[in-house]
Design a protein around this ligand. Structure first.
Ligand code: GLC
Length: 581
């Protein structure tokens, strides 16, 4: 076994030097090779980087990102060290929900480029050792798709039963009390055929009827189309919504109102119905029939670890390889006990399967704002990155997270682009704030575009918060991410060691070991979650560890290079990652 990675001891500046020396100026360097060839599939330890294509890189000068822009930035992504990119939808779409309303599942929207551009992206990404994943919206189509146009044309059209049509309860009264995730009733009346259709999201996003086998066939054909092209798999949008109660019974009204002013409902008749697992199993069989370890990631916001295990297929492990674990990333406060509990559950209650941790995505305010206290935001962002990348997990990153982009909501309703915010304003400011253009440089349009105006404004922070500036700053957040990613691929304990919680009752410092079973060496990760210094003392003898000291692999300023495990002092919000031999 090659343990060189594990033996390296770096303080931050030395690590940066190492990264700069290996990365060079040309961007041609290969990503760090894992210390040992993994027998496990690539996605088990993957970092999947979510790209919101509209906001990544514009090459046409129209203020909207495009596929050639992604190709242009592959060198950056390779140097960062990500293994795959997930593109939010780039299919033809009327853009009522910015691509999550698809009108043709087997084409590229001209706004982003051509199919030839996409093929070029696949080849170029492969050359950079980066896999490409598509977003697959199974639950609904656009109301402008040919399928829905046919379906709505008459009650006896062959595609009528591809969607969910019902009579109302009376004039102007929908079939039941179900609500759209974007506010208001989930039913829209269609005067042509005098029936209502169901939409879990916008009226422009009618739900497909997954009880109809023709629907499953059509959607699986769409998946095959992209798998045949060579995509590495799919992020499955809104899968808990696939089935609804066939009797259309009302949902129970709960106390209080949601952000849109609608009554809160218990969603148990429109979400997580058991039938969805049959579809997931069939889809898994489909992707497994392809070579090259194709993967299914699920957009699954789940209340507990037991429900999460169900999405893997329970004991059979025959559904999604990586349902998103939002329980860790969405704790939304720096509470050491809660992080210990949730990371511990993922380690011990998922049947040994790999959790997929996510802090940031295109639907939630950025972690910078959800966790920052306004004073120690940089240090807190380093803590978030450390949790993401040093726990035993596959990980999703979201563009701009690595440079500390902040949520920048629209200043007024007239600037809002997100349909959810148009309805929810001002109580709900929507998702535009986390979708602003990537900040590449201090130049015009932050290096994102050359347009006079970009589709969403460039946040004013771009002069300091950008890739070019942070690449040159040894202690930047970007370099912190790069070190973590590089360490994770080089140090066996971080790549595949167990995640063992230590100091279980400390309310201020979160500490864990990463240890390859049976070894007496380990990596210790310790993070002070508070604005006061704290000293911790570890007794690790029951983990087979006799050493009294740990040597820094990566650490914040103010923490010693070699620390005494019986007396480790961490300044406010400081991180120490060290090797125990
Ligand atoms: C998912 C997407 C979100 C979209 C919704 C409807 O939650 O992540 O952006 O609005 O599904 O497709």
């Amino acid at each position: 076994m090659d343990c060189r990675g594990a033996r390296r001891r770096h303080t931050l500046p030395r690590m940066i030097l190492a990264v700069l020396l290996t990365a060079g100026a040309s961007g041609q360097t290969q990503p760090a090779k894992p210390a040992q060839k993994q027998a496990t599939p690539w996605w088990q330890h993957a970092i999947v980087y979510e790209i919101y294509p509209r906001s990544f890189q514009d090459t046409k000068g129209d203020g909207v990102g495009d596929i050639p822009g992604i190709i242009q930035r592959l060198g950056y992504l390779q140097q960062l060290g990500v293994n795959a990119i997930w593109l939010t939808p780039i299919y033809p779409s009327p853009l009522k929900d910015f691509g999550y309303d698809i009108s043709n599942y087997e084409a590229i929207d001209p706004m982003y480029g051509t199919m030839a551009d996409f093929d070029h992206l696949l080849a170029a990404a492969r050359a950079h050792h980066i896999r490409v994943m598509m977003d697959m919206v199974l639950n609904h189509t656009s109301d402008q798709s040919a399928w829905f146009k046919e379906s709505r044309s008459s009650r006896n059209n062959p595609k009528r039963a591809w969607y969910i049509w019902r009579d109302g309860k009376g004039p102007g009264i929908p079939p039941n009390n179900w609500e759209s995730a974007f506010g208001g009733s989930a039913w829209t009346y269609d005067p042509t055929t005098k029936q209502w259709y169901y939409h879990a999201f916008l009226a422009a996003q009618p739900d497909l009827n997954w009880r109809n086998p023709e629907v499953q066939k059509a959607m699986f054909d769409a998946c095959r189309f992209w798998l045949n092209k060579g995509v590495a798999g799919f992020r499955l949008d809104a899968v808990p919504n696939l089935f609804e109660d066939p009797k259309l019974r009302d949902e129970q009204v709960l106390p209080g109102k949601n952000a849109y002013g609608d009554p809160n409902l218990n969603p148990d008749r429109t979400e997580d119905l058991p039938e969805v697992h049959d579809v997931m199993r069939s889809l898994r069989k489909l992707v497994d029939s392809y070579q090259g370890d194709r993967v299914l990631i699920g957009e699954t916001y789940l209340p507990n670890i037991k429900d999460q295990l169900a999405w893997y297929g329970g004991a059979r492990h025959d559904e999604l390889q990586l349902p998103m674990d939002m329980q860790v990333g969405m704790i939304n406060k720096l509470d050491a006990s809660l992080f210990r509990e949730k990371i511990g559950q993922a380690e011990t209650q998922l049947d040994g399967l790999m959790p997929l941790f996510v802090f940031d995505n295109h639907d939630n305010p950025r972690s910078w704002n959800r966790y920052g206290d306004g004073v120690h935001d940089q240090a807190i962002a380093r803590i978030i990155a450390t949790i993401l990348l040093t726990t035993r997990s596959a990980d999703l990153m979201y563009y701009g997270e690595e440079i500390g982009m902040t949520t920048t909501p629209p200043a007024s309703l007239s600037q809002v682009r997100d349909p959810a915010a148009i309805r929810g304003w001002p109580a709900y400011k929507g998702r535009d704030g986390e979708r602003t253009p990537m900040q590449w440089s201090s130049g015009r349009d932050a290096g994102f575009s050359t347009a006079a105006t970009t589709w969403l404004p460039i946040p004013t922070s771009y002069k300091q918060v950008n890739v070019a500036v942070e690449s040159a700053q040894p202690d930047s957040l970007l370099n912190w991410y790069k070190h973590l990613i590089s360490m994770r691929s080089q140090i066996p304990a971080l790549a595949r060691g167990a995640n063992i919680m230590v100091d279980r009752s400390d309310p201020n410092v979160l500490s864990y070991l990463r240890q390859v079973p049976g070894q007496t060496s380990a990596v210790l990760v310790a993070m002070n979650f508070t604005d006061q210094p704290h000293t911790v003392s570890y007794d690790l003898r029951d983990k087979g560890i006799k050493a009294a000291t740990a040597h820094a692999l990566l650490k914040d300023q103010g923490v010693s290079e070699t620390v005494n495990l019986h007396h480790l002092t961490l300044p406010p919000f400081a991180v120490f990652i060290g090797e125990i031999q």
